[in-house]
Structures are given as structure tokens and as C-alpha cells.
Design a protein around this ligand. Structure first.
Ligand SMILES: Nc1ncnc2c1ncn2[C@@H]1O[C@H](COP(=O)(O)OP(=O)(O)OP(=O)(O)O)[C@@H](O)[C@H]1O
Length: 233
């Protein structure tokens, strides 16, 4: 289980105080108004931002003393951070071995993962030779191949058209059914994930305002604030 207890960050214009629990193996969708603190929450879990107080554990392990690279966390950004000069296989391989001196077993694992995200035969291509949706799949494959149990997706699909976005969310859902991973995903369109997420979290003003099953979040007292947040973005 991921347990965040009163993790506090203070900047001149923004104060965050996050508390949240996510059971291991769950898919948790994070929604909320622009500037409310969704990305900052993920960055804090990944270790890019350090809270000045509070506790953060995953499956009982204290994450706060750990540098980002040492955390059991893999993060996918909206701009997917692929290296244009590297092939798809190499970009995914970075999730396994930054030196890219891949063993035969690792190369096979990469091929299997590319297959799983629908990119069989794309290994030799470069990101510039692929569509936006295909590039997102490469970034997702890199996160999955890392074997890290906690995957953070920071609006990875928001630049895609609605049909493709939905396909990608279904792909994330199918991946986590094959492998025990816990996934936190920020999204702008709650409906995209309403039927696949186990948990939905509404973040605003640097706080987790509500955390519950998606139907309760979307149909509850926050419905008007959620609608306003969606139309605002
Ligand atoms: N390193 C930083 N230093 C100072 N302020 C920051 C820093 N990082 C983020 N902020 C501020 O924290 C607030 C929350 O930003 P954050 O990116 O987490 O929001 P968000 O909910 O992800 O927004 P969006 O949906 O627009 O991406 C913003 O006011 C932002 O300006």
C-alpha cells in the first residue's frame, strides 16, 4: 500500500499538504483543477520534490530518504521523454539498464513488452518515425519493463484524440492485470477512466479533497467542481 500522511510542501504561491492511501495493485485516477497540485503530488512520490514534513511509504518502505533512482517508482511524463536519436528498443532498454548494454534475456523482455503494448516489429524505428500514440506506447513500455512496482503516469495521454486516449487507458488497465503494479495516473477527462480505475482522487488547492470509487466521486457532492475543473482545462 502507498501511504502518504500529511506531506507538506511550501512555495511562495502554493502550499500543499497531501494525505492519501492507495492499495497495492490498484489503478488510481487523479483529477482536479489546473494548478491544484496533481503533478506536484506525483513528483513528490517520485522524489523530485521533497516534503518538509510528513511520511511517505510504499509497502512499508520509507521512500523519503531515497533518491528518485532508488525508489520503486517509474514515472511517465506527458511529453514522454524519448530520446530522438535512439531506437525504440534502446529507449525502452533505458528503463532496464541505463548503460544500454543489454543481455539477450533483456532484449527478449523488451521485445515481449513492445508486443504487449502493440508495437511488435517497431524496435528498430526512431521516435520521429512514429505517431503520438505510438510514442506514448514506447514510454509506457519503458515504465513497464523497469519492473518497478509503482508506476506514475502524469497526463500521458492528454495530447491524444479521445478514441486513442481511451485505447491507451484500456491498455494500462490490461497491463496491470498481467503484472502486480500499482498505478497512479493524472487525467483531465474523468470519464476516460471512470470504469477502469479502482479509485479516483480529487486534488485541489494542494490537498486530496476526496478519494473514493470513481462513481462516488463523479456522482457525489464534487460533481459541479469536477465539471468546472474539466471545462477549465
Ligand atoms: N518547483 C516549484 N516551485 C514553486 N512553485 C511550484 C513548483 N512546482 C509547482 N509549483 C506550483 O504548484 C502549483 C501546483 O502545480 P501542479 O503542476 O502540481 O498542478 P496540476 O494540478 O498538476 O496542474 P495542471 O493540471 O495544470 O498540470 C502551481 O501553482 C505551480 O505553480
Amino acid at each position: 500500500m502507498l501511504v502518504i500522511d500529511h506531506c507538506r510542501l511550501t512555495w511562495p504561491d502554493f502550499v500543499a499538504d497531501y494525505s492519501l492511501k492507495v492499495q497495492a495493485g490498484r489503478l488510481c485516477a487523479i483529477i482536479g483543477p489546473s494548478g491544484g497540485g496533481k503533478t506536484t503530488l506525483l513528483h513528490m512520490i517520485a522524489g523530485f520534490e521533497k516534503p518538509e514534513s510528513g511520511t511517505l511509504t510504499f509497502n512499508g518502505q520509507d521512500l523519503l530518504p531515497l533518491e528518485p533512482a532508488k525508489r520503486p517508482v517509474s514515472i511517465v511524463f506527458q511529453d514522454h521523454n524519448l530520446f530522438p536519436h535512439l531506437t525504440v528498443t534502446q529507449n525502452v532498454g533505458l528503463g532496464l539498464r541505463p548503460s544500454l548494454r543489454l543481455t539477450d534475456e533483456e532484449t527478449i523482455l523488451i521485445e515481449e513488452t513492445l508486443d504487449a503494448v502493440g508495437l511488435r516489429g517497431f524496435g528498430a524505428r526512431r521516435p520521429g518515425e512514429m505517431s503520438g500514440g505510438q510514442r506514448q506506447r514506447v514510454a509506457l513500455a519503458r515504465a513497464l519493463v523497469s519492473g518497478r512496482p509503482l508506476i506514475l503516469l502524469d497526463e500521458p495521454f492528454s495530447s491524444l484524440d479521445p478514441g486513442l486516449r481511451r485505447d491507451m487507458i484500456l491498455l494500462v488497465d490490461s497491463m496491470r492485470r498481467k503484472r502486480p503494479v500499482t498505478i497512479l495516473m493524472t487525467i483531465h477527462t474523468p470519464e476516460d477512466a471512470a470504469d477502469v480505475a479502482d479509485q479516483m482522487v480529487f486534488v485541489a488547492d494542494g490537498k486530496v479533497v476526496a478519494s473514493d470509487e470513481p462513481s462516488r466521486i463523479l456522482g457525489g457532492s464534487l460533481a459541479a467542481r469536477i465539471a468546472a475543473a474539466v471545462s477549465d482545462t
